[in-house]
Ligand binder design. Structure first.
Ligand SMILES: O=C(O)CCC(=O)C(=O)O
Ligand SMILES: [Fe+2]
Length: 358
């Protein structure tokens, strides 16, 4: 008998970390990807099935959350935002009107808080399929504190392994990202990868600078009991939303699709209204334990702290893509270099001298 070559390899079969949890996943309309891991649902899915899969695996995909017309309008809005037609974006240079859309879009990897200047993007927070997932998984009362618009033209870097609670600290681990694919997201164009079940430890692993050109300036988690072989790509059709828990290890790789192709996505982050959000260090001496970032928008249910009011703090901001160097996000006076920028044996983290006093 002739064995297919894959079965005579000595390497063990890769372990699959995905836990199947059953229940009604909804009526599938999308044909992409043809072969999918478990975890893909449709808007008519049973809420209990959504919750069971999300709790066990830390992610799920909601297909057909946005119609092709809604996706087209979000793509058009993305171009308008990048052209500066919706308002200022901190760190973005003004661009001449004569530039083509491609020339404009290539200047941007990721814009934080775009919902602050775009009613079209803000409306995605109230998308019915999104609210169904949030209220099934998080609870009845849900608030949004952040949005991020990834443009990721061909050739742009990904984000190294991380957990979103490294950056957005809830007190009840309720952080959840809703990652809306505006283009079909694939392995080739730098779609998301997740390590199923990695949220269940409830640990935030240490992070360090990676020096790896495949990734942008954000640091990389390490020391966790998984390898890259445990990760699965979450390939999705445009209009699908990938939801993932704030403790789930996830990353993306560079966009290696041909020139002129994008992997655009709009990510909204949510958490339960019951939890404080000790996000920004208080300048008035308030203890961290009492600190609650109030620049939030309630998207479902009620906020038990509504009586405290709300604030306008965050402003749209362009995040660096590493082309003009990286500084540490967590330690002042540290410059992060890519491995190809330093001579062999030289450190990839440099401590800068504090600016000399005049
Ligand atoms: O889209 C990416 O490349 C990374 C997204 C991500 O890490 C997030 O949305 O939390
Ligand atoms: Fe993330």
């Amino acid at each position: 008998m002739i064995m297919p070559s894959s079965s005579i390899s000595n390497s063990p079969a890769p372990r699959s970390l995905v836990v199947e949890t059953g229940g009604f996943a909804g009526t599938r309309r999308s044909a992409f990807p043809a072969v999918r891991p478990p975890g893909y649902f449709s808007p008519d899915a049973d809420p209990a099935a959504l919750k069971a899969f999300f709790d066990a695996n830390g992610y799920l995909v909601m297909e057909d959350a946005f119609s092709p017309q809604e996706v087209a309008s979000l793509i058009d809005e993305t171009t308008q935002i990048c052209r500066g037609n919706r308002g200022d974006i901190q760190n973005a240079k003004p661009l001449p009107d004569a530039l083509t859309d491609d020339e404009v879009l290539k200047q941007f990897l990721c814009i934080h808080f775009p919902h602050k200047i775009s009613a079209t993007l803000k409306a995605t927070l109230f998308n019915p399929a999104t609210l169904k997932v949030l209220t099934s998984v998080v609870g009845p009362n849900v608030k949004c504190m952040q949005s991020m618009l990834f443009i990721k033209a061909s050739g742009k870097p990904g984000q190294a392994w991380h957990q979103d609670e490294d950056y957005i600290p809830t007190r009840d681990r309720s952080l959840i990202g809703g990652w809306i694919a505006l283009d079909r997201a694939t392995v080739e164009n730098g779609g998301l990868w997740v390590i199923p079940g990695s949220h269940r430890h409830g640990i935030l692993w240490d992070q360090a600078w990676h020096g790896d050109r495949r990734f942008d300036c954000s640091e990389e988690s390490h020391g966790f009991p998984y390898t890259d072989a445990d990760a699965i790509p979450v390939e999705v059709e445009a209009g699908s939303v990938v939801f993932f828990n704030g403790y789930l290890l996830h990353r993306s790789l560079p966009n290696r699709a041909p020139e002129g192709r994008y992997r655009r996505s709009l990510v909204n982050h949510f958490m339960s209204c019951e939890s404080f959000l000790p996000w920004n260090k208080p300048e008035d001496g308030t203890p961290m334990a009492k600190t609650d970032y109030r620049d939030v928008l309630v998207v479902a249910g009620t906020d038990p702290f509504a009586y405290r009011g709300y604030a306008e703090i965050a402003k749209p901001m362009l995040r660096g893509d590493g082309r003009s160097g990286c500084v540490s996000w967590s330690v002042a006076n540290q410059k992060h270099l890519y491995a190809d920028e330093v001579a062999p044996g030289q450190p990839i983290v440099q401590t800068l001298e504090p600016a000399a006093k005049a």
